[in-house]
Design a protein. Structure first.
Length: 212
């Protein structure tokens, strides 16, 4: 088994210490940081994402795998920057104004990072203006809005409207998700993308960022 396969296997089992040690070993043995990231860390997280989609693993397993991934990424970050490896895209994510739920948002963030996207987390109770100003300042490709309460769904429409008023609607994709959200709602407010789970959201975000 190659060292990147070992990294992937241990990441899937959420073994943070083992992942860190193996990533360091791979670096010391002269393995390229991009290869370690793609074939080790991201490969493992992709397996977890697929299993999560198919209900073969659940939120706790995803969280421990993501924690192990982040530990490995921290070791690679300086080397990736030095090599000029760029993220596949930049996303700002948050739970909309009036809503304090963040488990779903955090899962989406982890899955997106697992796919090689840079994610700016705005937290919960985020005003539409905050999504827009963050997207402008950080040149984000995607604004990702989460909501769990039916009473806060309407704020997503305000985010779309704010993006329009700010003149960035053509440059930034808007993704929406959360328990009460549907494809019909996404279409009605003029957002670009709705997905029903975190793994699908990450896949969709990569597609949106890599569309020419």
């Amino acid at each position: 088994m190659s060292i990147t396969d070992e990294i992937s296997e241990n990441l899937q089992k959420g073994r943070l210490k083992a992942v860190k040690e193996l990533v360091q070993k791979a670096i010391d043995e002269g393995e390229g940081p991009e290869k370690i990231l793609n074939d080790g860390l991201m490969a493992g997280m992709n397996v977890i994402g697929e299993k999560f989609k198919n209900n073969e693993v659940y939120v706790p397993e995803v969280l421990v795998a993501a924690r192990a991934m982040n530990a490995g990424v921290q070791l690679l970050k300086p080397l990736l920057i030095k090599d000029g490896v760029k993220a596949k895209g930049r996303v700002c994510i948050g739970t909309v104004r009036g809503d304090l739920h963040d488990i779903g948002k955090n899962l989406v963030k982890m899955m997106m990072e697992g796919k090689g996207l840079e994610v700016i987390d705005l937290g919960t109770d985020v005003a539409p203006e905050a999504f827009i100003s963050t997207a402008v300042e950080n040149k984000c490709d995607i604004i990702c809005c989460s909501a769990l309460l039916t009473t806060t769904m309407g704020v997503m429409g305000e985010v779309v409207e704010c993006a329009r008023k700010a003149g960035i609607r053509d440059n930034v994709k808007i993704m929406v998700g959360g328990a009460p959200i549907t494809q019909e709602f996404c279409d009605a407010i003029g957002a670009d993308c709705y997905t029903s789970d975190a793994a699908s959201a990450a896949d969709a975000a990569v597609r949106l960022c890599t569309q020419e």
